[in-house]
Unconditional design. Structure first.
Length: 165
């Protein structure tokens, strides 16, 4: 049983990948057994739209000792997004401590740097076909990181035609 639980509330389902990064960071900082969960609000009959409502729903469905609240910068300054999260949290006067998670570039921009993880996610962990991974120094210049990531998944899958769907 975990001594600590944390929940990650994200902008969208693809940002769930941040959970692995947060797991790694928490492991670096504590030897306390922990459980991490992603707050998937999509199954709700009326998923909340406003950030304070999302936070309330996440805490109701995924009680925790620490809440990570993610927002992509989306061309906004880091301070703006952090203030937005803090304002939502202040409105609620929530119990567990919360941490702002604001990637300045879309999370998807950083995912194409691990070939093994891409192949595993595509269902072919032992695939040998060449992948056209971007250079790490160029990662933040990718114009559409989400499309690039999906393209790499298609490459890694080795599938074509109707099977790629």
């Amino acid at each position: 049983m975990a001594d600590m639980r944390f929940t990650l509330l994200t902008d969208g389902p693809s940002d769930r990948a941040l959970l692995y990064v947060l797991d790694w960071l928490v492991q670096l900082r504590t030897s306390t057994p922990f459980e991490s969960r992603w707050a998937d609000l999509r199954p709700l009959s009326r998923p909340p739209e406003a950030l304070p409502d999302k936070i309330v729903a996440a805490l109701d469905l995924y009680p925790c000792d620490l809440l990570f609240v993610h927002r992509d910068a989306e061309n906004q300054p880091l301070d703006f997004r952090t203030a937005e999260i803090r304002a939502a949290l202040d409105l609620l006067e929530i119990d567990p401590p919360a941490v702002c998670v604001v990637p300045v570039r879309m999370t998807e921009a950083w995912l194409p740097i691990d070939e093994g993880a891409l192949r595993k996610a595509a269902g072919r962990p032992k695939g040998k076909n060449p992948l056209h991974l971007p250079a790490v120094r160029q990662i933040e210049q990718i114009p559409d990181p989400m499309e690039r990531l999906y393209g790499l998944f298609r490459e890694a899958s080795g599938l074509g035609g109707r099977r790629i769907k």
